[in-house]
Unconditional design. Structure first.
Length: 631
């Protein structure tokens, strides 16, 4: 198949993601980066650059134009690109008004070309599955979103936080930009594709920050078929949570986590596949494949956006409800209020907002491990990670029974470290560790070879969870499947995590696992179960039953190892398999058994490993640590 020639318009913001995606597709022979368009011409791309999109399309013979420019430029650029003869991938939202949406629609009809809208969440098979997962009609959908944004988020561009700029609609608010995917996903599940799918709209727009647009808002839509869609979102939470749709039936309910492509029902989470929207557009151009998110499918979203455009200015939230921090504003309790709004299909004002917020009893839906009545760990799958992070489920925060956090995520020294997880730097050439890849005789290189661990199912078992995962390469190939269990239990004076996994190859040939040490980087044998501890811990020490100190225990092969500090101790016990210990203390605190210490490990069929980690509130002596390993 001849590669599709693609130009990208808007390359300095989210457009960088699109450039990388075109390069990824080019590596498979499906696309070719033909040019870049921006008012600030980029350098170093090795392709023609212009600020005139139609001229660039004509000069390069581009068949597809990706438009990732500010919202208010979407309609004129999309129309110009279509009229110049290019199919369009248009970033969300498609337009800031119904009139401009209609102009793009007319250009699509006149040219016969395609316009796909970049609501990435609608590329998920979970959207189609959600309509049937309850086994009964969906009578209502609650949307819950609670994120945190620094003050600098609203100065990131001239249009950030504005409803209008120089008299032009830009509509950069919580409902229309950061949580646009939440809104679009809910409307897609409800089948509200067209402008006339919505009968009525109730809006409540608020702002804590000194901006024009909303940062905390709710909306309730009544659809033409009577379905209610209640949306409550905020950018003033004190942490990032995974947003979700609460699906209400007559007798059952479920949650769809659209950033993760997962649906939870009856306590079991199921993961679904996802199709890249640019890849889908290329398949449409070459093979006639149906578009996943044609412009016409986003009419319902545009109807809501237009109502927001015409609504009164967002109301300022009183200072008494806002906690001012050095880098952000926080609304204490907003997280729980959003959960209630989605659960009860109510607006924020019906729950007392914006008065003093008190955390309600309903917590944010999370996967938690408990031991002895204590919440000791969160098991996290994040939807905001980059490909270079090698996204994977991980434990964080992990706490002692006394509440001290003993894990760290994305520290400055290694942003691809994620609490406690399974990570391998090279599985058949794919990086499941994150960051750079060590290349023999060249050193670390940032390659486009990162994989991800995609969940198939997660179900509760006695004391914890059982999980099934796919290890997926950058081209979508499933290299391996994994069965994993995580169980928390109490031990005398502490608690213990029992973590076991079985890795099975899925390519029809043996899996080959490598560390950087296998390629010549001496001592860098990391890969397997890995625990990243907090760097700010004081009094760090490491020892086994036979030796102490980083130099002495790094690479040693012993059943157990302890990492201790002034405030906590972690005792690692290998219970299935016995691998050398990879240990860091001076540079950063991290421990894990190394599957491929200094030579590749070939897995003909399957690999079984298990480890128990004892988490204690005090500094343990070698004798005390050794006694704990006996249990």
């Amino acid at each position: 198949m001849k590669p599709v020639r693609v130009v990208v318009a808007g390359v300095h913001g989210f457009g960088r993601h699109h450039l990388e995606n075109v390069r990824r597709l080019a590596a498979t022979g499906r696309a070719e980066l033909a040019g870049a368009c921006d008012v600030r011409p980029p350098s170093g791309l090795g392709v023609p650059v212009s600020a005139d999109l139609p001229s660039l399309i004509e000069a390069t013979g581009a068949e597809v134009a990706v438009i990732a420019t500010p919202i208010h430029t979407h309609a004129p650029l999309a129309v110009a690109a279509l009229q110049a003869g290019a199919h369009v991938l248009l970033e969300k939202p498609p337009a800031p008004s119904i009139e401009e949406f209609a102009a793009i629609s007319a250009a699509v009809a006149d040219t016969g070309l395609a316009c796909q809208v970049g609501f990435q969440s609608l590329g998920s098979a979970a959207i189609a599955a959600a309509a049937d997962v309850l086994g009964e009609p969906v009578r209502g959908i609650g949307v819950a979103g609670a994120w945190t944004r620094p003050l600098g988020y609203y100065t990131r561009s001239a249009w950030a936080g504005h409803r209008r700029l120089d008299g032009v609609d830009v509509m950069d608010g919580a409902l229309t930009n950061p949580f646009a995917h939440a809104v679009a996903s809910a409307l897609a599940v409800a089948g509200a594709d067209t402008v006339d799918s919505i009968d009525g709209i109730e809006l409540e727009l608020h702002r804590a920050n000194a901006i024009e647009s909303d940062d905390t808002s709710s909306a309730r839509l009544r659809l033409a078929d009577g379905t209610l869609v209640a949306i409550a979102v905020s950018l003033c939470n004190d942490r990032r949570t995974e947003p979700y749709l609460h699906l209400h039936g007559e007798n059952r309910s479920a949650r769809l986590f659209y950033t993760l492509d997962e649906i939870e029902i009856d306590g079991v989470r199921t993961g679904y596949g996802w199709t890249d929207l640019l890849g889908n557009l290329l398949a449409h151009v070459r093979e006639g494949t149906d578009l996943l998110v044609p412009l016409a499918r986003t009419g319902g979203f545009t109807r809501l956006l237009d109502a927001i455009r015409l609504a009164p200015e967002p109301r300022p939230i009183g200072a008494g409800a806002v906690r001012r921090e050095p880098s952000r504003l926080v609304l204490p309790g907003i997280e729980g209020l959003v959960v209630r709004a989605a659960d009860e299909l109510k607006t924020l004002s019906e729950l007392g907002f914006p008065g003093t917020l008190k955390p309600p009893p309903a917590p944010w839906p999370e996967t938690l491990l408990r031991a002895g009545g204590h919440e000791v760990a969160a098991y996290v799958q994040r939807g905001d990670l980059q490909a270079t992070d090698a996204p994977r489920p991980h434990l964080h925060p992990v706490r002692t029974l006394g509440g001290t956090v003993v894990t760290e995520v994305q520290p400055d020294d290694h942003v691809h470290h994620f609490g406690a997880s399974v990570a391998i730097s090279d599985v058949d050439g794919v990086n499941f560790w994150g960051g750079s890849t060590y290349v023999r005789d060249e050193g670390p290189k940032m390659l486009r070879n990162h994989g991800r661990q995609r969940r198939r199912t997660l179900r509760p078992i006695d004391g914890g969870y059982a999980e099934a995962l796919d290890w997926v390469g950058p081209d979508g190939t499933v290299l391996a499947s994994e069965e994993r269990t995580l169980i928390a239990r109490t031990v005398p004076g502490a608690w213990a995590l029992d973590f076991a996994f079985t890795l099975t190859g899925r390519t029809g040939r043996p899996l080959v696992l490598q560390s950087s040490a296998c390629k010549g980087r001496v001592g860098a044998g990391y890969g397997g179960f890995f625990w990243r501890a907090p760097k700010d811990a004081t009094g760090l020490d490491v020892f086994t039953g036979e030796a102490s100190g980083e130099e002495a225990v790094h690479g040693s092969v012993t059943p157990w190892l302890a990492l201790t500090s002034d405030a906590w101790s972690l005792v690692f016990v290998q219970t299935a398999g016995l691998d050398p210990w990879f240990v860091r203390v001076t540079e950063y605190p991290g421990v894990g058994p190394a599957l491929a210490w200094d030579r590749p490990l070939t897995v003909p069929d399957r690999l079984n490993r298990a480890i128990t980690v004892v988490v204690a509130d005090t500094r343990l002596t070698p004798e005390q640590a050794g006694n704990l390993t006996a249990g």
